[in-house]
Design a protein around this ligand. Structure first.
Ligand code: PHB
Length: 359
């Protein structure tokens, strides 16, 4: 045990964080229909600038990476200009903000793709469920398995997005390798049945993630680059035959890369963890040599318990940050919390977005 709590300052890469609260990445579907961030997004993020660190909503690295309506990208100049206003607004309030880089892989739909193309994935395995499109929910389609020759091009898209994130004034980037999107589709064997160097062994399934990280760390010093994993989350029809062994392997490969942090979605979102393959995330925490951000339904008490027990260095909050722009002050004062309204999570205007009251 230690006396560390949420209000103990911490150095993350070159940044002096005043506290250990992280705003978790939250998809809010309030960009324009050209996937450009807009004015209300700057207000929303600036309201939450007292967090130790803000991680943006997932942000597409390319048109192919789009999977939902009204989500932002960082692959063209208009988007970079939109993000510049957001990073400037957060910095003006004294905050720090990382951009979460995203390619959805198979979690898309032809109607969201250029020329109605098929979504792409490691293997042609259709996820169960429905895509969210501009004309409502539509069943997922069988994705096109990526040719091995195409992968370097997607790595280049990550590199270009990382350069754009630098231009946009971000303090760092988080590689979204969680929640059933493209990189996670490579990692877990429920979605990766390739027989080339990108499928089969742990080494092969981790190759794409490491190539992406190596490209991004040509652009950003590695202490400004984080990774998000979700070893047990079945969301987006994901599973793996041995997540403990797979993700232990992944974490060991991350160590020599000296990243800013490892961010772990410890349980499940919108689904239940498979008890047959579940394991305790302290295994990954112990194997990772850098800062560890824990995510998953934490409140103040659980967060402080985890920090005191050295089970995490920082805690990220999703729903609580959505509804409480001044979560730091509320925790500090043990003030009552606003409760989040799920009907305004995805899409809409300022209502349920920038109008949650401050203390
Ligand atoms: C979602 O839009 O539902 C979503 C996006 C990114 C995530 C998880 C969920 O990592």
């Amino acid at each position: 045990m230690s006396d560390i709590d949420l209000f103990t300052p911490l150095k993350l890469g070159p940044y002096a964080l005043p506290n250990r609260l992280v705003m978790a990445p939250l998809t809010r579907n309030r960009a324009t229909d050209k996937n450009v961030p807009q004015a209300m997004n700057a207000i929303y993020y600036a309201q939450r600038a007292s967090a130790g660190l803000i991680i943006t909503e997932a942000t597409q690295i390319s048109p192919q990476g789009v999977g939902y309506p009204l989500t932002p990208g960082i692959h063209n100049d208009e988007q970079v200009v939109g993000w510049q206003k957001i990073t400037a607004a957060v910095h003006k309030k004294g905050g720090r903000i990382f951009n979460q880089l995203w390619h959805v892989g198979r979690i898309s739909h032809p109607s969201l793709q250029v020329d109605n193309a098929l979504p792409v994935a490691p293997s042609a395995i259709k996820p169960a469920g429905d895509a969210v499109t501009y004309s409502g929910l539509q069943p997922f389609v069988e994705p096109r398995a990526l040719e091995i020759e195409e992968l370097a091009g997607i790595v280049d898209d990550y590199r270009a997005a990382a350069i754009n994130a630098l231009q946009a004034g971000f303090d760092g980037v988080e590689v979204h390798a969680a929640n059933g999107y493209l990189i996670d589709q490579f990692l877990r064997d429920g979605s990766n049945q390739r027989s080339d160097e990108y499928g089969g062994s742990y080494e092969n399934r981790t190759r794409f993630l490491l190539e992406v990280l190596d490209a991004i760390t040509e652009v950003w010093v590695s202490d400004r680059v984080g990774v998000r994993l979700s070893p047990l989350n079945p969301f987006n029809d994901m599973c793996d035959s041995n997540p403990e062994a797979l993700f232990s392997y992944v974490v060991k490969q991350l160590n020599p890369r000296k990243l800013a942090y490892l961010h772990v979605v410890e349980g499940a979102i919108q689904a239940d963890v498979d008890p047959d393959t579940a394991f305790d995330m302290t295994v990954l925490r112990a194997q990772f040599e850098g800062l560890y951000i824990a995510n998953g339904g934490y409140n103040k008490q659980r967060a402080n318990d985890a920090l005191k027990a050295h089970k995490a260095d920082l805690i990220s909050f999703g729903e609580l940050y959505l509804a409480n722009p001044d979560l730091v002050a509320r925790f500090q004062q043990d003030a009552p919390l606003n409760s989040a309204d799920p009907t305004t999570y995805y899409g809409g205007d300022e209502v349920g977005y920038t109008d949650y009251p401050f203390l």
